[in-house]
Design a protein around this ligand. Structure first.
Ligand SMILES: Nc1ncnc2c1ncn2[C@@H]1O[C@H](COP(=O)(O)OP(=O)(O)OP(=O)(O)O)[C@@H](O)[C@H]1O
Length: 308
């Protein structure tokens, strides 16, 4: 990937490599995130998502490549002011209240605590702000974590699997807050294991596999590029399955059906052939590649061709 739009990017990762001893955790990763953009970083366990976050935060040094956060080196004062991080397992002092936690983090960031407290309302914790965090549910702790990350209006928000362990309603509400924050111009990079969860909630998908960035683009473009086959399940009229099978090919199933697969661009031709055999067909279903198929294609299949 080139970096034509890096000048506008809040996050610009160019050829970043990270090594732990003999282990190569990131391999020449290129990634940009622009203001207001929501990018999902997907990958299996150990793919390198947290390593990339830690590199952006300046906690890890690079073996090679360059990272800029709002035009500054990770870990510099300017970069630290521009970026906020919500770790996967957020832990707060259980005896403190939500309000006390927010005051504490505001002071750490050099922000007037009074500016931070309205964020509790933004994440739906206004009524619970005076309660001990030890009595919060997992969803409430995640919301508090997000409120803490939003202190000081960061230009870049890094969220490491922010919705793991949340129920579907809490997830939806969490993403609604992310939507609102990104609409105000904050760039969001969030990691997840699930393509289905981030579909429709992010503008771009980036997939890491064994430290390599193997896909980066809007989901429809990735689906097109993957060229995964479409499956057509044709139910034959009584006694016509053999005839359909011999003329269309494919695989016989349960005595009555013929299953065909074709590339997306061959779909119209196949439908034409089926129309000519309409008298022998009782019904049919077309199944497009699922989101999980697309994710598997990039995260697993491309590994096979990768260099060790
Ligand atoms: N400090 C470290 N020393 C040695 N190896 C490490 C260190 N930190 C991470 N790794 C290794 O680097 C690889 C990437 O780890 P990382 O935590 O970035 O993965 P991840 O994609 O965030 O995984 P998960 O989804 O499980 O959180 C893993 O194989 C991990 O064991």
């Amino acid at each position: 990937m080139t970096c034509d739009d890096c000048s506008n990017a809040v996050l610009s990762v160019r050829g970043a490599s990270v090594r732990f001893g003999d282990f190569q955790a990131l391999r020449q990763v290129f990634l940009t995130v622009s203001p207001g953009e929501r990018v999902a970083l997907l990958g299996h366990n150990g793919a390198g998502k947290t390593t990339l976050f830690k590199s952006v935060l300046g906690f890890l040094g690079l073996e090679g490549g360059v990272i800029d956060v709002a035009g500054h080196r990770p870990g510099s004062r300017e970069a630290r002011l521009a970026v906020s991080y919500l770790p996967e397992s957020v832990a707060f002092a259980k005896t403190l209240s939500g309000i006390e936690i927010m005051r504490f983090f505001a002071r750490l960031k050099g922000i007037d605590p009074r500016e931070a407290l309205p964020l509790l309302e933004r994440v739906g914790l206004a009524d619970a702000g005076g309660r001990r965090v030890g009595a919060y549910s997992k969803g409430m702790r995640q919301r508090l974590g997000l409120a803490q990350a939003l202190i000081g209006k960061p230009r870049l928000l890094l969220l490491d699997e922010p919705t793991s362990g949340l129920d579907p309603v809490s997830r939806r509400e969490f993403y609604e807050i992310i939507d609102a924050v990104s609409a105000e111009g904050t760039a969001v990079l969030l990691s997840s294991h699930a393509l289905t969860e981030v579909e429709g909630r992010t503008d771009r998908i980036a997939i890491l596999s064994k430290g390599r960035l193997v896909a980066d683009g809007p989901l429809p473009a990735l689906a097109r590029e993957a060229r995964l086959p479409i499956t057509v399940n044709i139910k034959a009229k009584e006694g016509r399955a053999d005839s359909l099978h011999s003329r269309l090919g494919g695989v016989r199933a349960n005595g009555k059906s013929v299953i065909l697969t074709c590339q997306p661009e061959a779909k119209v031709d196949l439908l034409g052939q089926m129309a000519a055999l309409g008298a022998e067909i009782d019904d049919f279903d077309i199944t497009m590649p699922s989101l999980d198929d697309i994710y598997r294609h990039y995260s697993l299949d491309q590994e096979k061709g990768a260099q060790p």
